[in-house]
Design a protein around this ligand. Structure first.
Ligand code: C5P
Length: 227
């Protein structure tokens, strides 16, 4: 299991200050919408200049027509990222087209599909998808699997089930982790580290419990010791 730290701070300087503190740690860094829209490719370059061994997950959750998604995937590969994601609800045709493009590159990045956002509770999810989260997350994961993606973004509580319906080697990346029982903030389906381990999560994403802590490096070290 790998730790992926969410860089969701209000300014580039604050993100870079956090990264500096973590510069000797074996972690992935997740650049999401807020940071990428504001700071763009320059942030990715600065991350690699702090430590070229940092792995970057570009979390833009793309969702568009198949050709636009494949073109966007190619642009993300051009940025040198190690992992990116698409929405599974974009459909099998779009995901296959993305993977056809991705697989034309040597050493392609990991490509994940978002199943159900962890901020959904059952009622609000069903209002949109007309299906319970647990079932729809597995359906989306199967679509991603047959489309040739490497894994999915899902809640911890769907990780084992998704692997059972796809493959043990199909990756799960699980946000909404509150490693030692911290506040859930706006997340609904949160879980601690022990649950993430029991559910065979391959990557855990942790944001606020790290960057809101007075000792981010201490928390990161404690998480790594426990995974
Ligand atoms: O601060 P926190 O640990 O809740 O951050 C979780 C991160 O994971 C955020 O950047 C959020 O956008 C992202 N994410 C999520 N749920 C998903 C996919 C991504 O919370 N299903």
């Amino acid at each position: 299991m790998k730790l992926c730290v969410a860089l969701d701070l209000p300014t580039k300087e604050e993100n870079l200050a956090l990264i500096q503190k973590l510069k000797s740690e074996d972690v992935w860094l997740k650049v999401g919408l807020r940071s990428y829209i504001r700071d763009g490719e320059a942030l990715l370059r600065e991350i690699k200049s702090i430590n070229p061994n940092f792995k970057i997950f570009l979390d833009l959750k793309i969702h568009d027509i198949p050709n636009t998604m494949a073109d966007a995937a190619e642009s993300m590969i051009g940025l040198g990222v190690d992992m990116f994601n698409v929405h599974a609800s974009s459909g099998v045709k779009a995901m296959k087209m993305v993977m056809d493009r991705v697989n034309t590159f040597a050493n392609p990045p990991i490509v994940l599909a978002v199943t159900a956002l962890t901020s959904f509770d059952n009622a609000s999810f069903e209002a949109i998808y007309k299906t319970p989260i647990k079932q729809k997350a597995v359906d989306f994961a199967k679509d991603a699997y047959i489309s040739g993606l490497h894994g999915v973004v899902c809640s911890v509580y769907e990780s084992l089930d998704i692997k059972a319906h796809t493959s043990n080697s199909f990756l799960t990346l699980t946000p909404g982790i509150r490693p030692f029982g911290e506040s859930s903030n706006d997340q609904e389906r949160v879980a601690d580290l022990e649950t993430a381990k029991a559910e065979h999560s391959d990557f855990i994403v942790v944001g606020r419990p790290i960057y809101h802590s007075s000792d981010p490096l201490g928390i990161v070290k404690k998480i790594i010791e426990n995974i």
